[in-house]
Every structure is written in C-alpha cells, then in structure tokens.
Ligand binder design. Sequence first.
Ligand code: GTP
Length: 385
Amino acid sequence: MDITLLIILVAVVGVLAVVGLVVGLVAGRGRGGAQLPPAPSAPPAPAAPSTEDAVLDDVAPAAPAPVAVEEPPARVLDTPEPTASRMVRLRQRLAGSQNALGRGLLALLSRDRLDEDTWESLEDVLLTADIGVAPTQELVERLRTRLRVEGAAASDVRAVLREELTTLLEPEMDRRLQVTGADGLPGVVLVVGVNGAGKTTTVGKIARIMVAQDRTVALGAADTFRAAAVDQLATWGERVGVEVVRGPEGGDPASVAFEAVKSGVERGLDTIIVDTAGRLQNKQGLMDELGKVKRVVEKQAPVTEVLLVLDATTGQNGLIQARVFSEVVDVTGIVLTKLDGSAKGGIVVAVQRELGVPVKLVGLGEGPDDLAPFDPGAFVDALLG
Ligand SMILES: Nc1nc2c(ncn2[C@@H]2O[C@H](COP(=O)(O)OP(=O)(O)OP(=O)(O)O)[C@@H](O)[C@H]2O)c(=O)[nH]1
C-alpha cells in the first residue's frame, strides 16, 4: 500500500513537472524569444463608396477606365522680348545701378563755387567709377573750360555734363553687330573672354535677339573644357528652338566650331555664334587655341565679328584681360556684362579707350532678355537720371 502510494505520488510530481516546463516555454517565447513572422494580413476590404462617389456613380455609371497613352507635350518655345521694350526695361535698370555716379557729378557741378576742391572731388568720383586716368583728366579739363567760359551759374550744368560724357563715349563708333556674311555665306560670330565673364549667357542672349528678329541661327559649343558650359548653351538653344552643335567633353574646340559653321553653311543659316573656352592659362596657349578656332572656321566662312565679353565688376582686372585677348585675336566688339551689379559704369569709357573697339552690347541682368545694344546717349541719360 505504501509502495502504491509512493508510486502515485512520484507520478503526480512527474506530471506536474512536465506541465510546468511546457507552460514556462510558452511564456518565454512571448517575452523575447524568436519572433514568428507575422501572419499575412488579409487584403483591405474595399472602402465603402463615399456619398460623393455614390452621387457621381449615379450620374455616370462606372465604366472600365481606358488606358490613356499620353503624348509628351509639344515643346513650347520662348518668345524672346523685342528690342524696343527690352530697351525701356534695361534703361531703368541701368539708371538704378549707375545713378550714384551721375548724381554725384551733378551735385558737385551745381555748387555755387567751383573751386579747386570741387574739381578734385569730381576727379575722385570719376576715377572711382573706373573711367580711367586719361579720360578723367580730359573730361575735367573740358568741363573747367566750358563752365569757366559759360559760367557755371548761367549754363545748364546738366546739359554740359551730358554732352561731355557722351563725347567721351565716342558716339561716332559703329556699334552694329556684324552678323551677316557675304556671298550667301552665314555670318560667323566668335565669342571670347575668360570663364565666368558671362560668355555662354551672352551667346544665349544674342541668339534670342536674333530669333526675335526672325534670323536663322545655330550655336557652336566650342567651350569643351567645361561640360556644364555645353549643357548650359544647349538649354539656351532649346528654349528658342536654335540648334546647338556640340562635341565630346574635352574634345577639340576647333573641330566643334568647324562642324557648327559647316552645318550652318549647308543649311543656309544667317548666323553661327561660337562660344569658345577662355582659359587664360598663358598667352601662348590662348593664342594657339583661339587662333586655331579662327583658322579652322575660316575654311568654311569668314569670321564677321569677334566679341570680347568682359565682366564690368572686375575693374582693372577686366582691362588687363581685354589687353591680352586683343593681342591674341582681332577683337571687333566688346560686350560688357553685369553692369546691373556695378556702380562703375566708367569702365565703358576705359575699355573702349584701351582697345579702340566699341562696346556693342551691355548685359544688365541674369534674365534671358537682359542684353541690349549699347547706346551712348541713352547710357548717359540713365547715368544722370
Ligand atoms: N547680374 C548679371 N549676371 C550676369 C550677366 N551676364 C552673365 N551673368 C551671370 O554670370 C554668371 C557666369 O556666366 P556664364 O555665361 O556661365 O559665364 P562664362 O563666361 O560662359 O563662363 P564659363 O561657362 O565658365 O566659360 C552666370 O551666373 C550668369 O547668369 C549680367 O549681365 N548681369
């Protein structure tokens, strides 16, 4: 009996131990053991139609949605601003950036007494505006003579100043862009200048002016040195539907220029504008590169215009660059960019004097139509306010 009791007791203890182990294991899983992958969730039940849907469904019973094959939208080309309205806007902008100079000069000349101090101050204002030493002295001399003879009080100081400043800008210079070729060939415009002066932007802006004048144009992206410059030019071209001839990155600029002009000749275009690389590593390198571009292009058609792009904000540095480029290529016109960001409009005088070449265009902003022909009279009017 004792033994039977003992066996029953051992059996009960054993069963209890097994049950305890199983319960412990299950609880352990729940606290941090290996997680089972979540059961796949059932697909969401379709949402009940909202009242609005229901109303729409009432009006138009659901039909199977047609598979829409969307045509890419046709590219809408920009319409470049015509020259006349562009001039008005740019004149206002020019007046904004330059009238400190004009006002400064007028205030000095309107003093009751024009003594030595006044003339010296006048010289300082002119030199600060980057007009250059020789033109400053000339202008002061002429003003002194005229205002002494005519009498400052009696004369219209503004009119005298306007006349003398305009004379300084050599208004008789021919500022027309030579964009038309002879004998049925296209005009070829080479655009040169150091990187960052605004060359590529200027090429794009000139193309827009020509498109606005119904001329047929192609662009040559011969600034193969910087891939971004080529892409930048391509974007300018695309916007007005002008073809851009480009070569491989780091390729030979002369061959791109050649291809651009060749294509222009074959297609009978009016003008080809070639953007060049302006690395000023040394004069010889620059001369070799630009010389080659010009030689190669002229196998197809003569270059009709070489435009040097200068950043107006660089002052004396710009003049040094101008000198180097003019020794390397025959510059026929100057484009002065960023006049909107400079109070030193006097650079126009200095650079024309330095090169004996007219400023033909001025850049007055980053906008696509912020480029205008340079007009000495309008420039002085903007200056004097
Ligand atoms: N405010 C102002 N910015 C200008 C003007 N012209 C060009 N720029 C800006 O100057 C910068 C340089 O212009 P780019 O046309 O790239 O100069 P780039 O000489 O071709 O230089 P690379 O492409 O490096 O050869 C750009 O940010 C232009 O938007 C201008 O008349 N006014």
